[in-house]
Write a protein that binds this ligand. Sequence first.
Ligand code: M6R
Length: 609
Amino acid sequence: MCGIVGYIGDGHAVPILIDSLRMLEYRGYDSAGVTVFNGSLETYKIAGRIKELENIIPENTKGSIGIGHTRWATHGKPETKNAHPHISSGISVVHNGIIENYLELKERLTDLGYEFQSDTDTEVIAHLLHFNMNGNSNNSLLDGLAETVKELKGSYAIAALYDKEPGIMAFARKDSPLVVGLGNGSNYTASDVTALLKHTKKVIFINDDEIGLVKPETVEIYDLEGHTISRDPETIEWTLEAAEKAGYEHFMLKEIHEQPTSIQDTFAGKLSELEGTVTLKELYLKPEEIKRLRRATIIACGTSWNAGILGKYLFEKLAGIHTDVETASEFRYSNPVLCGEELTIAITQSGETADTLAAVRSSSSYGCRSIAITNVVGSTITRESDSVLYTRAGPEIGVAATKTFTAQLIALYMLAINLGRARGVISANEAKDLIVGIKRLPGQIQKILNRKEAIKECAIQFAESRDYFFIGRYLNFPVALEGALKLKEISYIHAEGYAAGELKHGPLALITEETPVVAIATKGHTYEKILSNIKEVKARDATVIAVADDDDTEIEKYVDVVLRVPSSHELLSPVLSSVVLQLLSYYTALAKGCSIDKPRNLAKSVTVE
Ligand code: M6R
């Protein structure tokens, strides 16, 4: 998705902007550009990588003020003319989001004599801003921007420069993230804190319907009526090292290896083995509200949705709460039947997924209490929810979610145990067993990582397959879904995740000797059932790869390859099996020479509908 950076201070803007844009590369982009104030505004942009952008900027380009952008095409092809910044005589604008009424505005501005150079929605912002500053009055950049955003429908994070007011950078935000970074004699804007980690940890998160000015020494924030807003800065805990590769070939591999720590960080300080309790101070639900809960609705997309399916099973089993899992992009257009005594749980690692945010807003309008599970402090979802349960996985740069997924699972276990104890559905002893099991997970994941060679060999053996199936039952069904999603995302192999019992209702027709079937066959009350499903596919000549417990001595009789996980509490094994499948996808994509951290067509944070 698109990324914004901005710099104003006493340093050399070009390298700072380029460096910051590089930190946003992981979000996915197809073109990039910068504007620097060097006596006048100079703009350089290109359909291509940041390295290519760097090559077209003359070496002697001076200037200590600038804005930059990485574009992920929505309106108009990935061509240089569509790359940001967009210009309207002396004004330069970068924008994330979508302007829904851009065609109507374009028509009006064309009638007023403005000539459009691009096919984007963003260019209307530049021309409208110009019109609102010069066309009918002599507004300042700030006043012009205030008038402009009032006419925009849709979502935006905007940074703008004006050559007649060279000491300032203006910004505005609605439904698209924007943060201001505070330095010493230099300040920054960015769509994502990762872009700022090299420069500062002190940030101010900008809210919807706010605009403002960044100057080298000060930051001004206003509402759309011009009232001053004062907000204390926050300190980001993420480190720059955490956002770099640390010797791993890919971010994805590094992030898979970080899971013993990211899981530990997510549950640290919350679990009491002695008392069988999970303390979630961040949960603003009173005990009587918890007891009264009748239903929960989990809202999420992609990998987070897969985590949500496991969440459903956990809430139903451990807390006795009927739970539905909704795809956020569909939920917002359906007619949900919700009421005040229900809970909405939004799962989103980025906290910025447009569909999830819209779905949560819709559920809040029914009076539901909401909890967000997210990895990004200060992200938009944290301001849309009553309670926020943070996963502490650190920055995830690889587009394919790995450590944030397992951290989400841990958050869901903790929430289910907490609610289950409060509602008297599970006993202290049952909770203790789970807590002991959760605390063992980091060591067990480390064991899987230590013997990853077997997974690599298996991945190489089947890397040329055209199709893959992943099957599992009950708790292993979401593991199968996530295994298939991971494989298709980064290796481009067609993969289906299926509830194993459903195969015979259709997909069995696709199973041939050419189709590897990954069966998640860890021990539990559906173990015998998955063995029957394995026999079904073996009878159709499929090659079966099983994910099975270390102490399962029987499985080898039925399958072709066994990938092992340490034996664990039945409810917790999905975490371990998921790590195996992440490695299987990673090594498959590696064998195929795919672009692992930035898969084609995908973006890390999907901030458009
Ligand atoms: O940031 P979110 O968790 O809301 O993102 C949701 C999906 O876009 C995301 O999980 C996507 O499916 C990932 N690329 C999965 O690896």
